[in-house]
Write a protein that binds this ligand. Structure first.
Ligand SMILES: Cc1cc2nc3c(=O)[nH]c(=O)nc-3n(C[C@H](O)[C@H](O)[C@H](O)COP(=O)(O)O)c2cc1C
Length: 204
């Protein structure tokens, strides 16, 4: 199948077959797609948790308005934005400079620009947008691998963070249960606006 037919095949799966597990190989590919996600300035100020434990999933389902995807999925990927952006920026510039103070000094103009961006009052919202890019990459990777998924933001992030014991610098932005669709679930038909509605070519 091609990329586009894989995207047509996927749908927001509501009920997974709890007996089917995503293989370690496929999970690693999905996580690698997340790792390869581009971010603004390359900052990668996010963190991802993978939950497979059934007891935890059952508790997390309660914290997500009892949506059945959570309790039936093979793995749940919890996508967090970091709110400790100065620390995240320092980690990135350490990586960028390979730990060399001389290279870091040469990057000071760039670093000052990033310092300005992360000091804005909207920086957490901006960081969450980067998480959504990773969410898109993960959705596309799942489709390529024939793994079902459902992007979700219908959950109580505070309750979820408490259940998982997350550190305060990690704020859940979105979650992604993955697995295999339950056989008795009818795939949801695609409802998409036609190109004429969505697209406007300018200058033709
Ligand atoms: C950011 C985001 C959040 C979503 N949150 C939920 C959710 O909490 N529960 C749910 O059942 N579906 C959720 N969806 C799925 C959408 O309803 C679904 O993707 C959309 O209706 C298009 O259908 P399709 O994915 O089957 O093509 C979410 C999708 C996105 C992209």
């Amino acid at each position: 199948m091609s990329f586009l037919s894989n995207l047509s095949w996927r749908y927001a799966t509501k009920q997974f077959d709890a007996s089917k597990k995503v293989s370690i190989e496929n999970l690693e590919k999905i996580l690698e797609a997340i790792r390869l996600t581009p971010t603004s300035f390359g900052l990668q100020a996010y963190h991802f948790y993978i939950v497979e434990n059934q007891e935890l999933l059952a508790k997390l389902q309660v914290a997500s308005y009892n949506q059945p995807q959570i309790g039936t999925c093979s793995h749940l990927i919890i996508m967090c934005a970091r709110n400790d952006l100065v620390q995240a920026k320092n980690e990135y510039f350490d990586a960028l400079s390979g730990g060399s103070p001389e290279i870091r000094a040469k990057l000071s103009g760039y670093e000052q620009m990033v310092d300005g961006a992360i000091a804005r009052p909207t920086s957490l919202e901006w960081t969450k947008k980067q998480v959504y890019i990773a969410l898109g990459f993960a959705l596309a990777a799942c489709a390529e691998l024939g793994v079902d998924s459902c992007a979700m933001e219908g959950f109580d992030s505070k309750a979820m963070a408490e259940i998982l014991g997350l550190p305060i610098n990690h704020e859940i932005a979105a979650i992604l249960p993955i697995g295999y669709r339950a056989l008795d679930e009818a795939p949801r038909a695609k409802v998409r606006f036609p190109k004429e509605t969505l697209l406007t070519r300018i200058g033709e």
